[in-house]
Design a protein. Structure first.
Length: 219
């Protein structure tokens, strides 16, 4: 990142480890840096609270919350869609065309604020799970966006795309990301449940790195 000219960034901030790490990575060389948190149907309240806390800790110029409650996960879209998604090996947390919507909204919010880049926190494992994550998709999207407003381009980038979850957390430690502020649990309790897939992955990564996990778990 050190060779990149100082640009203005809008980071899509979910409140999890990946997007928080992406934020702390790009802000080092950012002329300006803001964050955008998108609230969709049944979006975990604790994630949104974590995003606010992380944005404040990072000292961003502006933290924006946008309600897109019409976006629903496959699990909420009826038995037929659930069966279709499962038959293709995608997780039921899939929101159809989610990233296309997120990128588009991010570009709009960045463009009107005079920012140059929209940053997504995808890691290498995301591209294996979700069909709407990948370098080719980003390249195609940026080409399309560039043809719409060619006199002032906004592009989407995913600087963590080549990193595993473990490598992302290692980078987060190097960057001083306040991991204690991040939220990984799929449930909406006062503390992490400790048993859901998000919590299990969080525990596993900290254990593999041999570092103390300061997260409070119910179990």
């Amino acid at each position: 990142m050190s060779s990149v000219s100082r640009l203005g960034y809008l980071v899509l901030l979910s409140g999890g480890i990946d997007s928080a790490t992406a934020l702390y990575l790009v802000r080092r060389n950012a002329a300006r840096c803001s964050t955008l948190s998108i609230l969709y149907h049944r979006r975990n309240r604790r994630e949104a609270e974590a995003a606010r806390a992380i944005a404040e800790a990072a000292g961003v110029e502006e933290h924006v919350e946008l309600d897109l409650g019409f976006l629903r996960e496959a699990v909420d879209l009826g038995a037929q869609i659930r069966a279709e998604v499962e038959s293709h090996g995608a997780p039921l947390t899939l929101i159809p065309f989610r990233n296309l919507v997120f990128y588009s909204v991010g570009c709009y919010c960045a463009w009107i604020r005079g920012l140059d880049r929209v940053v997504a926190g995808h890691n290498a494992e995301d591209s294996q799970l979700f069909p709407d994550v990948g370098r080719n998709l980003l390249s195609s999207f940026n080409e399309l966006v560039g043809s719409m407003l060619p006199w002032r381009r906004v592009e989407v980038e995913a600087p963590l795309m080549g990193l595993s979850k473990l490598e992302v957390v290692r980078l987060a430690l190097e960057l001083g990301v306040p991991l204690e502020l991040t939220w990984s649990c799929w449930k909406e309790g006062e503390v992490h449940c400790g048993v859901c897939e998000g919590c299990r992955k969080r525990k596993e990564v900290f254990r593999e790195l041999g570092i103390r996990d300061r997260t409070e778990y119910a179990e």
